[in-house]
Write a protein that binds this ligand. Structure first.
Ligand code: MCA
Ligand code: AMP
Length: 484
């Protein structure tokens, strides 16, 4: 039987997880995750059931996520900052059998029945690389509330093995990251990736350049981060040589979740004496492309497809484009074992992104070079925003803002931002121009109802939204003339 986490089946005293002062060896992690699995069995949770866990950034949460994986239960990771509006949607869609939290008091306002995570030990079950859903991850679309992507163990294993080859990632590596545990980047790559190769994870619960430097200095060999973090590391490193030295000590710096501007590549290279290897992926497909560690970084490019990933560029009719001229633009389509099972309860949405031949249409626009490297240049939809590496749908933010009686119309767009990549800006037509709603209250409604990273950083009042002859809002005009 092919195992999902081989080292946990034959655990030893090697370091598995370090979070702050808490460290667990593989032997300790296996017993603690086994303890959580035993608790699930007592609660009569069966393999295939869904169980939610608030992903508070601590070691107990990581243990629970591993316990679910080993028990064959589908984890529904919850962003600890989710507000009632988005949380209500997720809980009614996912219908988890139980909700767990390392610190139930911190989430009692939203889930009074959240169960504490047990501190007990038992022998760990073994998890095969199977077709059963390992994770249900909520991801935003252009309209409506986020959709739950069902990701099988098979996809996670195939993708991590492809990444291990691309990055020469072995059990000698120690990954450092400060990413949230409710998305692919932090959870699948950062946490499950380390465990699958049998290496260590040094998890930083709260991002700061200093905390990243400390984890690298403690033995980290690889850093996984989003462009906003590299931007902040560059700012801090230019002022503090100790930080630059810590970055220089890693063997591989990896960026993903959004494009890393060439400017930031150059800044990191100047500081660390080494550049950043970029990779590109989506929640639904996991990682598709990566610049290989065996060669130098390639600013502006996300590299060729991973082994096992079939990739093509297609035109508006989804017909393949053969061009390898780094100029012809096409939508990225991918196929292979890393592609998800579908969206929970949304066969319509699944059919819209995946065809009968198994091709998944990403919505990302790219070019391809003669040697197969992909350059991501944009997205098909102006209604998808990437801010700080988080995907946010304009529609979910607009729906939330329209609940305010003072808002007559609203259009949400992502405008270029040096730190966040894109900054969410809401163009609001007030119902009464003489008494417009309080911008801080509008921002708060999104931060508290959905989640803080979806909040507009700015509200601009306009007398009307630009519309075409059909009455459709022309968001491109708001991009071009952000004064409205
Ligand atoms: C601010 N806060 C508020 C409000 N405003 N709380 C309530 N009401 C408000 N009005 C709080 C926030 O909760 C937070 O609290 C603090 O203020 C700062 O928030 P913010 O300014 O939003 O944080 P930031 O500094 O902008 O965060 C930058 C970041 C973050 C750390 C880079 O964006 C981040 O972690 N990004 C990672 C995204 C990611 O992992 N994406 C992967 C998707 P407090 O101070 O308590 O924290 S997976 C994917 O994309 C694919 C597969 C791929 O390719 O990887
Ligand atoms: P998510 O749905 O949060 O998983 O975000 C997936 C999206 O992030 C992709 O469709 C891309 O638009 C974007 N993305 C991820 N990695 C990169 C990258 N290296 N360069 C450009 N865009 C990226």
């Amino acid at each position: 039987m092919a195992l999902l986490f081989p080292r946990l089946a034959f655990p030893d005293d090697r370091l598995a997880l370090q979070v702050g002062d808490a460290a667990l060896s593989y032997a300790q992690l296996a017993r603690a995750a086994g303890g959580h699995a035993a608790r699930l069995a007592e609660l009569d949770v069966q393999p295939g059931d869904r169980v939610a866990v608030w992903t508070q950034p601590d070691v107990a949460t990581l243990v629970a996520l591993v316990g679910h994986a080993l028990a064959g239960v589908t984890s529904v990771p919850l962003n600890p900052k989710l507000g009632p509006r988005e949380l209500g949607h997720i809980l009614s869609d996912a219908a988890p059998a139980h909700v767990f939290a390392a610190d139930p008091a911190a989430v009692a306002d939203r889930t009074p029945d959240a169960k504490p995570l047990p501190h007990r030990e038992a022998e760990a079950p073994r998890r095969a690389v199977d077709e059963a859903p390992l994770l249900l991850l909520y991801t935003s679309g252009t309209t409506g509330m986020p959709k739950g992507a069902l990701i099988p163990a098979r996809a996670v294993a195939a993708n991590l093995d492809g990444l291990a080859r691309a990055w020469a990632w072995t059990d000698a590596d120690e990954v450092v990251h400060a990413l949230p545990l409710f998305h692919v980047h932090g959870l699948v790559l950062g946490a499950f990736g380390s465990l699958r190769v049998g290496g260590a994870l040094r998890y930083v619960p709260r991002f700061s350049p200093e905390a990243i430097a400390a984890a690298l200095d403690a033995g980290g060999t690889m850093l996984f981060a989003v462009p906003t973090m590299y931007h902040r590391l560059a700012d801090a490193g230019e002022a503090d040589p100790a930080l630059a030295k810590a970055l220089a000590g890693a063997r591989l710096l990896v960026s993903g979740s959004a494009g890393l501007p060439v400017r930031e590549h150059r800044r990191i290279e100047a500081l660390a004496g080494r550049g950043v290897h970029e990779r590109y992926g989506l929640t639904e497909t996991l990682i598709n492309c990566a610049v290989r560690a065996s060669g130098p970084p390639r600013p502006g490019y996300v590299g060729p497809p991973l082994d096992g990933v079939e990739l093509r560029l297609v035109d508006d009719d989804r017909q393949p484009l053969d061009a390898r001229d780094d100029a012809t633009l096409g939508e990225v389509a991918v196929r292979g074992p890393s592609v998800f099972l579908g969206y929970l309860n949304r066969p319509d949405a699944t059919a819209a992104v995946r065809d009968e031949e198994g091709w998944f249409y990403t919505g990302d626009l790219a070019t391809r070079t003669a040697d197969g490297a992909i350059r991501i240049v944009g997205r098909r939809s102006v209604d998808l925003i990437k801010t700080g590496g988080y995907k946010v749908g304009a529609g979910e933010v607009e729906a939330c803002l329209l609940e305010d009686p003072g808002v007559a119309e609203v259009a949400v767009v992502g405008l270029p931002d040096e730190d966040l990549g894109e900054r969410i800006v809401a163009f609001v037509v007030p119902r009464d121009a003489a008494t417009p709603p309080d911008p801080a209250a509008l921002i708060d409604a999104v931060a508290k109802g959905l989640t803080p990273h979806k909040r507009p950083r700015e509200v601009r009042f306009v007398s009307a939204l630009p519309r075409n002859a059909m009455g459709k809002v022309q968001k491109k005009k708001l991009h071009a003339d952000p004064s409205g």
